[in-house]
Design a binder for this molecule. Sequence first.
Ligand code: FMN
Ligand code: EPS
Length: 387
Amino acid sequence: MRYLTAGESHGPQLTAILEGVPAGLSLLKEHIDVELQRRQKGYGRGRRMQIEKDEARILSGVRHGYTLGSPITLVVENRDWKHWTNIMAIEPTEEEEVKRKVTRPRPGHADLNGAIKYGHRDMRNVLERSSARETTMRVACGAVAKRILAELGIHVASHVLEIGGVRAANVAYESLEQLKEVTEKSPVRCLDEEAAGKMMEAIDKAKENGDSIGGIVEVIVEGVPAGLGSYVHYDRKLDAKIAAAIVSINAFKGVEFGIGFEAARLPGSQVHDEIIWNETDGFRRRTNRAGGFEGGMTTGMPIVVRGVMKPIPTLYKPLASVDIDTKEPFAASIERSDSCAVPAASVVAEAVVAWEIASAIVEQFGQDRMDVIKENIEQMRRYAKEF
Ligand SMILES: Cc1cc2nc3c(=O)[nH]c(=O)nc-3n(C[C@H](O)[C@H](O)[C@H](O)COP(=O)(O)O)c2cc1C
Ligand SMILES: C=C(O[C@@H]1CC(C(=O)O)=C[C@@H](OP(=O)(O)O)[C@H]1O)C(=O)O
């Protein structure tokens, strides 16, 4: 499966075309809208999220509630477009252009590199597309992937582990259902209520100071059979694909699986997961420090992947920059901005991970039909149990 997204942040709409989604998947607009709304929540976001009410329209590839196997087109309207029509669609006079042009690149955003790469003297032509508004469509595509996974008994959830240096305690959760219940109620999508309060304080403080903060999110996937992905080529390793998907999210700079970077500091005896066997479950691991991957393939244990999000680049107290026209030093331009988008980004992380896993399943277990995929995956599960 693959998808492309299109659309400017302040243009009329966002579009995604999804290719290779199997036929016979039950898919309703509501399945997508629930996920879009989850992405819009989260403490620390700016005023834009009060303007937008993201909902999807399904324009192709679905009939009477089921996918057809043909390309699926999804669109989401930008409500903010009506405030930006002038700037986005009407050609300015020379005088207006000088006033409107964005010429002061923000450190940490795509402005300067994008302007150099595409030859734009008005960096609005860069920021419109480099904006994380695009993650709306990644969540829409992820919602379709989650529908595939749910039909196969595979479930995805996420939570926020850290914001601005405040770390959640290792709160054990009973099940993914319970984890979802708690995180959906938390304004910062955190399992640890006490830490959540401190995270919100840290966000308030950053905002007051005209600053921004980042954090760490964790995505967990349960029910994935062993042997998904492959060790035979670099580009068939599923953990590598997931790592790329996480780092492709705007402002994500690092990724780890299981105990992650901690593995560098521990001896092998405390890193690798011992193999056990019993009649009912077949092979399992005693622990899951590997986070569900060995050799680019799933182990059958839950997938646990974390992503690091840097602080938002747009600061109300802007950093030093240089005007690209005058070459004079200036404070970078101030665009309306979030102070922290880590909770929202955890929903995006879920979506991109779900997409990679669903794609690997469709590729490995029969590409065209949901019923065939279901049968094949059940057969693989039986085979692994009896192995
Ligand atoms: C959900 C979400 C919301 C974001 N909101 C903002 C924002 O309001 N202002 C901003 O400057 N950057 C925001 N970002 C981050 C930028 O889009 C990102 O830093 C920029 O595209 C540069 O890419 P890079 O940080 O991956 O190098 C957001 C990111 C995400 C995931
Ligand atoms: C619009 C979204 O996020 C935007 C991501 C973003 C950026 O630079 O990445 C900048 C802000 O855009 P604006 O200047 O219009 O407020 C965020 O609001 C969204 O998540 O839907």
